[in-house]
Design a protein around this ligand. Structure first.
Ligand code: BES
Ligand code: ZN
Length: 878
């Protein structure tokens, strides 16, 4: 491999900046290949910076000139390295550095720095994109105020947006115009942004609780304004919620959001000017599904919430990424829980955590929530930093209680405001207010791997004594062979045979309000005066991000499905039961037998159907995905038997309770017109899960109902759900429907993305050929991140049996795309390559083939740091 293998950056080697920047004046003339950036940077030495040379970061820049206090520097005054510019001599007193660079935004296919996408100029600077605009101290602990003058041809770019408030604008000769934006809040360079182009605007406003008027603008492709109203509504709700729940008020006169169609990530929290992947802004009932609406709401909230947790308080260095991301994910999860159903949201979040983070943590890319080293920071925006980072916050709240947690948050927000902070500073706030030592708890940030906790129950009827023996173990992960016990809050519930919660007493100091805090390798909890053995409901609400290894009896599981008062654990009991059947089904299939399933499972589901929380029942009736099953099997996986076992179980349930399902489907049919609210979404989700089960047995009734729904739907949720069900059943009906869908929505890229990804995830042998053919579809573009992720990303990450084909063709295909994409957009290529992280858990033949594909990538002449880093770690033996 010949990559420009970057240096390892280590947390232990962090040094404060020697130089500081107070303010930055940028003058940017947008002109395609001749875009000129004049940066006027006021620089001074840090107090203890002494006489270190000034070394600025830069990446793919063309330098036109450089001056100090207005005096041009000769070439001998500085050296330009591949990623740096170093000044030989610098004044001892504060000085003004003027740097002029030339950029070609239209040729910027990496979509990092300043780029032009579908006619719109925009920026993406996190983590290290600002250095692609000008030479700079591009690190988050250098915070400055920014003034940006943007100049462009008025006909090409009537809209000119920057951070902060607009302070001036006007026309210039020859059809040019300009705008000046000023952001009074000091910020790191990664929060800089500008946007220019032809855009439609949807306006709104918000008055903060202290009476400040905020003008809101949501900018989208002209003609799509009517699809931005939900985003605006979600933003206003987020602003209100953050005041009420976290006491965070908005701090500028303007808040703008721009939706762009070429974007590497989901969205970005630039100060006062959030930039979004348009997929997370645009929605109408005809084009977006309920889950699109839920995602939009969550991501709008997430980026808005960063205004405090991320922007006003930023990260000292990129090792502290979870300081802003983990906390902000926690905040957006709480927001969605408050806006919708808390129980259903928790289930959804745990599903994501397990499918993304647990998978990452059990493979070669496992790393601590706060990594200690990295080569490419882009590769550390991971489910571990985000999702496990959010779980740590949630555990902290459980441990110290809601009141102290809120006090700690307030202290953090006031004490660290305006600074670039660390996890230590964050935790110190909670330690202080709760008077608790959080040193042991903090291990969660440093130790990788998912802890496994086992609970052994015993009951002695003579002594009326009930005891639980807990033990924990965390498996070795790359670079961390030996693990220490963690502080694990385990929420417990006890239910008697009549389905009533009982409260049990113990003198154990670590058991309070039904939370047991396990902080040793093993501990025992003993309860006295227990008349009969209760049924244990452990890890209620998923109180810690662990794998619980209790194996309740079938009877207990069935009991909990019906009687647990904790909705998460009711769902978990059903999932656990299904999982047990699925794994034994897969084993039987692998041995050449037809699986036999336990009818008590479908009877339990049938009971659940009598409840009335539609969204919750829908979750409970959803059979674990192929990837879920594979993760549970964890070694020597045979993808085909996993797929077939799942199909068989769905068929079984569909047949066993088909009549009831049909009845309920009819009752759930409504003539009400579509609204994207939680209640309606729940009803649709349930109906669609039921239709899927009913159709699984190739029941004509199910398939006909589904077809009818496709034809009559007044919204994308129902129409696409119907298409997804039919897509699982080979035949001409399916092909006709797929063609019909493409005809109707062929001009709508975001809708077409659903169509691409649906087809890429069909678990059939013909799918790879289908994907190859779809790459020729006029609506496909390999250079657009959303298109590529929909087709190839979904195939690699969400089609277990076809990515992991027996002949290795799935691996070869994805490897080829990764190599090709790496030349234009390394960040996106590295993300797709991530699908290989499970390769060691497959059966030996596939393992060999996956390894060979990875080695093909590794052998490439030139790899980006992004792909080079992932391929190296994925292949490494630990
Ligand atoms: N700060 C990130 C955006 C980002 C991610 C920049 C990676 C650079 C590299 C933003 O706040 C974020 O987290 N976006 C998420 C969506 C969010 C709801 C979890 C994303 O883009 O996936
Ligand atoms: Zn974020």
């Amino acid at each position: 491999m010949r990559t420009d293998t970057p240096q390892l950056i280590r947390l232990s080697e962090y040094q404060k900046p020697n130089w500081l920047i107070d303010n930055v004046h940028l003058d940017i003339t947008l002109d395609d290949g001749h875009t000129r950036v004049i940066a006027n940077i006021s620089i001074r030495t840090a107090q203890d910076g002494s006489d270190n040379p000034l070394m600025l970061d830069g990446d793919e820049l063309v330098l036109e000139s450089i001056a100090i206090d207005g005096k041009q520097l000769p070439a001998s005054a500085y050296t330009i390295g591949r990623k740096t510019l170093t000044l030989r001599e610098t004044p001892k007193v504060p000085f003004l550095l003027t740097i002029v660079t030339l950029l070609d935004p239209a040729a910027n296919t990496q979509l990092m720095g300043l780029y032009k996408s579908s006619g719109i100029y925009c920026t993406q600077c996190e983590a290290e994109g600002f250095r692609r605009i000008t030479y700079f101290l591009d690190r988050p602990d250098v915070m400055a105020t920014y003034t940006t003058r943007i100049k462009a041809r008025k006909a090409d770019a009537p809209i000119l947006l920057g951070n902060g408030n607009q302070i001036q604008s006007g026309d210039l000769p020859d059809g040019w115009h300009y705008a000046i934006w000023h952001d009074p809040h000091p910020k790191p360079s990664y929060l800089f942004a500008l946007v220019a182009g032809k855009l439609g605007k949807v306006s709104g406003s918000f008055t903060t609780r202290s009476g400040k008027h905020v003008s809101i603008g949501i900018y989208v492709e002209s003609g799509k304004e009517n699809r931005a109203s939900y985003a605006l509504d979600a933003l206003i709700r987020s602003m209100k919620w953050d005041e009420e729940v976290f006491g965070c008020e908005y701090d500028l006169d303007i808040f703008n959001i721009v939706a762009v169609s070429d974007f590497n990530m989901g969205a970005m929290e630039n100060k006062g000017l959030n930039i979004f992947n348009d997929k997370y802004i645009l929605a109408s009932p005809e084009t977006a599904t309920d889950s699109d609406y839920a995602n939009i709401e969550a991501i709008i909230a997430h980026e808005y919430f960063h205004n405090w947790t991320g922007n006003r308080i930023t990260c000292r260095d990129w090792f502290q990424l979870c300081l802003k991301e983990g906390l902000t994910v926690y905040r957006d999860q709480e927001f969605s829980a408050d806006e919708r159903s808390r129980a259903v949201k928790r289930i959804a979040d745990v599903k994501t955590l397990r499918s993304q983070q647990f998978t990452e943590d059990s493979g070669p890319l496992s790393h601590p929530v706060r990594p200690i080293e990295y080569r490419e920071i882009n590769n550390f925006y991971t489910p571990t930093v985000y999702e496990k980072g959010a779980e740590i916050i949630r555990m902290l709240k459980i441990l110290i209680g809601e009141k102290k947690f809120n006090e700690g948050i307030s202290l953090y927000l006031s004490r660290c405001d305006g600074t670039a902070a660390t996890i230590e500073e964050f935790l110190a706030c909670f330690s202080e207010v709760s008077q608790r030592n959080l040193t042991h708890f903090a291990k969660w940030y440093d130790q990788a791997g998912t802890p496994r906790v086992s609970i052994i129950e015993s009951y002695n009827p003579e002594l009326k004594r009930y005891s639980l023996t807990f033990s924990q173990e965390t498996p070795a992960t790359p670079g961390q062979p030996n693990k220490e016990p963690l502080v694990i809050p385990i929420a417990l519930g006890f239910i008697n045979r009549d389905g009533i919660e009982v409260s049990l007493d113990t003198s154990h100091p670590d058991f309070n309000e039904n939370i047991f805090v396990l902080d040793q390798i093993s501990s025992e909890l003993t309860f006295n005066d227990v008349d009969s053995k209760p049924i244990l409901s452990a890890l209620r609400g998923f109180s810690a991000p662990i794998i619980l290894e209790t194996s309740p009896s079938d009877d207990d599981r069935l009991f909990l499905i019906s009687y647990d008062s904790d909705p998460f654990n009711r769902w978990q009991a059903a999932q656990g039961y299904a999982m047990k059947l699925l794994i034994s089904g897969a084993n039987q299939l692998r041995a050449g037998n037809q699986p036999k399933f336990d009818p008590r499972f479908s009877q339990a589901l049938s009971q659940v159907l009598k409840d009335d929380d539609h969204a919750f029942i829908a979750q409970l009736l959803t059979i674990p995905s192929e990837n879920d099953i594979a993760r549970e099997i964890s070694i020597d996986i045979d993808p085909e038997s996993v797929r077939d076992s799942r199909l068989c179980l769905k068929q079984f349930v569909g047949k066993e309770i088909g009549h009831q399902i049909q009845d309920i489907c009819e009752k759930l049919t409504t003539t009400e017109s579509y609204r994207p609210d939680a209640q309606g979404a729940g009803r649709r989700a349930l109906r669609n899960v039921l239709l899927d089960l009913l159709s699984s047995g190739y029941s004509d009734i199910g398939l006909n109902l589904t077809l009818k729904q496709y034809q009559n739907a007044d919204n994308m949720t129902d129409r696409f759900a119907a298409l997804s069900i039919i897509a699982q059943h080979p035949g001409t009906v399916r092909e006709d429907m797929l063609n019909d869908f493409a005809e109707v929505y062929g001009n709508d890229p975001l809708v077409l993305d659903k169509w691409f990804s649906l087809q890429a995830t069909i678990p059939e042998d013909g799918t790879l050929a289908r994907v190859l053919k779809l790459m020729e579809h006029p609506g496909f573009s390999i250079r657009n991140p959303n298109r590529l992720r929909s087709l190839v990303g979904s195939f690699a990450a969400a089609n277990l049996s076809q990515f992991n084909r027996k002949d290795g063709a799935g691996y070869e295909f994805v490897a080829k795309i990764v190599i090709d994409t790496d030349r234009s957009n390394p960040q996106v290529a590295a993300r797709i390559l991530g699908a290989f992280k499970t390769w060691r858990s497959l059966e030996p033949r596939r393992r060999t083939l996956a390894q060979a594909a990875l080695q093909t990538i590794e052998r490439q002449e030139k790899l980006s740091p992004d792909v080079g880093d992932i391929v190296m770690r994925t292949l490494a033996e630990n």
